[in-house]
Ligand binder design. Structure first.
Ligand SMILES: C[S@@+](CC[C@H](N)C(=O)[O-])C[C@H]1O[C@@H](n2cnc3c(N)ncnc32)[C@H](O)[C@@H]1O
Length: 167
């Protein structure tokens, strides 16, 4: 086999790998939608505007349900001394979150887990952030959970796709 053939094989293999990656990613996005909410990342501009103005308590604990690529937790871990847990149903997004948090050197403060938002223990959260479909948020029944389930000062934000509610 000469160098030209090896090069062709390498190109075909890389293209195949690239296509395979795209197909897996698309399937994971469909899976996210079926399980509760499609993946729609918060824009970086909105993220800075929204979270840049909040005075977080030092060393508090932040939980994000449906954390996507982890951009919110990574942002607040970088700019505030906050610890956090991000859960998402989509394993590919959880993997990206872990890689990015490692690259940004915040992996000692924020953890990401593949988990259904319905099964998360919220008792230790000081802040909860949710950006999911309204129908799924209703299913979570967060606002019907007795207050004692959260720590007394837990703040919950939900972004109902186009509106934002702060409690
Ligand atoms: C609208 S996106 C928000 C992403 C991220 N929070 C952000 O603001 O950039 C909703 C996320 O919820 C995740 N999701 C959907 N159903 C879920 C479920 N049952 N449990 C946990 N996460 C879920 C999706 O994979 C997706 O990443």
């Amino acid at each position: 086999m000469n160098i030209k053939n090896i090069l062709y094989l390498l190109i075909i293999f890389s293209l195949f790998l690239f296509l395979f990656g795209i197909i897996v990613y698309i399937i994971s996005l469909i899976y996210s939608s079926i399980k509760g909410s499609p993946y729609v990342p918060t824009s970086k501009k909105l993220l800075k505007k929204f979270f840049g103005e909040i005075k977080f308590k030092k060393n508090s604990f932040f939980i994000e349900l449906g954390s996507g690529d982890g951009r919110i937790l990574r942002y607040i871990a970088k700019y505030y001394q906050i610890n956090g847990l991000g859960v998402d149903i989509n394993p590919i997004l959880v993997w990206f979150s872990k890689v990015y948090s490692w690259l940004e050197n915040v992996n000692d403060r924020v953890k990401f887990e593949r988990m259904d938002a319905m099964n998360v223990d919220l008792t230790k959260a000081d802040y909860i952030y949710i950006f999911l479909m309204p129908k799924f948020i209703k299913k979570l029944r967060l606002f019907r959970i007795p207050k004692t389930t959260f720590s007394p000062s837990t703040a919950i934000w939900t972004v109902l796709l186009f509106s934002c509610l702060i409690i």
